[in-house]
Write a protein of this length. Structure first.
Length: 87
């Protein structure tokens, strides 16, 4: 879970200064903090998210390297058969 810094006390005090009743200002500050936390969790990648992507990329790169070797060997075999047929 991503943590964010949000000063709920300062937010509630500013609302109170603007004429919002204290209970309502405190409730609005908490809702704002929860909303920001949800947004941050939905949009930011954690270190473990990034590590998972790195591992998947490395795994796929290894599979691609194996595929390149297999295709190279297959091409060499076909080429040798074609050359043997003509010479």
């Amino acid at each position: 879970m991503t943590t964010i810094t949000f000063d709920t006390l300062k937010f509630a005090q500013r609302l109170e200064q603007a004429g919002v009743p204290r209970d309502q200002a405190v409730a609005m500050a908490e809702v704002q903090r929860e909303s920001l936390a949800e947004i941050m969790d939905a949009q930011l990648a954690t270190k473990s998210d990034i590590q998972d992507v790195r591992l998947k990329l490395i795994e796929h790169d290894g599979q691609f390297s194996l595929l390149k070797w297999m295709l190279g060997v297959l091409l060499a075999g076909v080429l040798s058969l074609v050359l043997k047929a003509f010479f």
